[in-house]
Design a protein around this ligand. Sequence first.
Ligand code: URA
Length: 245
Amino acid sequence: MERIQKILARAGIASRREAERMMLEGRVLVNGKVADQLGFKADPLKDHIKVDGKILFRPEPKITLLLNKPKGYLSTVKDPAGRPTVMDLLKGVKWRVYPLGRLDFDAEGLLLMTNDGDLAYRLSHPKFSIHRTYWAKVEGIPEKKELMRLKKGVMIEDGEARVISAHILRQMEKHSWVEAVVTEGRNHLVKRIFSAIGHPVLKLKRVGFGPIRLGNLPVGRMRSLTDEEVEKLKQISSESGEKIL
Ligand code: URA
């Protein structure tokens, strides 16, 4: 936070003294309110400042997008090897958004992208154990007791891992689709736990992240989250919101 006359002077609007006069004349608005006291402070990165009706600073709006990531795209900003990344799918998006978490190159489905660094940081913190829902096409048909093992916990290279729930969605002769919910973002977690019970993953799709659902958004398309969805995400990443998963 800085004194407004200092912000205006640095932006080249007027000298500091002249900026004070403009303030006293009621010509400066901060977030819609007249800033006519010389002690007023503002944050040029967060506050909306207008001088003589003209916008001086407009903070970048926070946006969060939901992308249905196709297979064959990395969920990073850049790839040194030159493979396609999710950034290639964001044509027309004015703001610089970043992927929130990772989805494997060969996986598809729900990937959140945001320019809200604070929200991204909080949602990726392990203490919130956000539910991530996956549909996995696996080799063979896991038996009930194998799915129970996943619930109790299996050992993988970097420690124990478990699912909150797992059930068969569809079964064919040689493979099946299983819905599994995990609460961590460890690398290749779903693939590794299914390998641990002898049913390697053939295809993987994320369909849910906390309260957000992929729904019927076509592959490769994106949409903005609704205000209600953003609110729910904020709630689950606040200290008191851990139960609303
Ligand atoms: N688990 C995986 O194995 N891969 C992903 O992309 C996400 C979860």
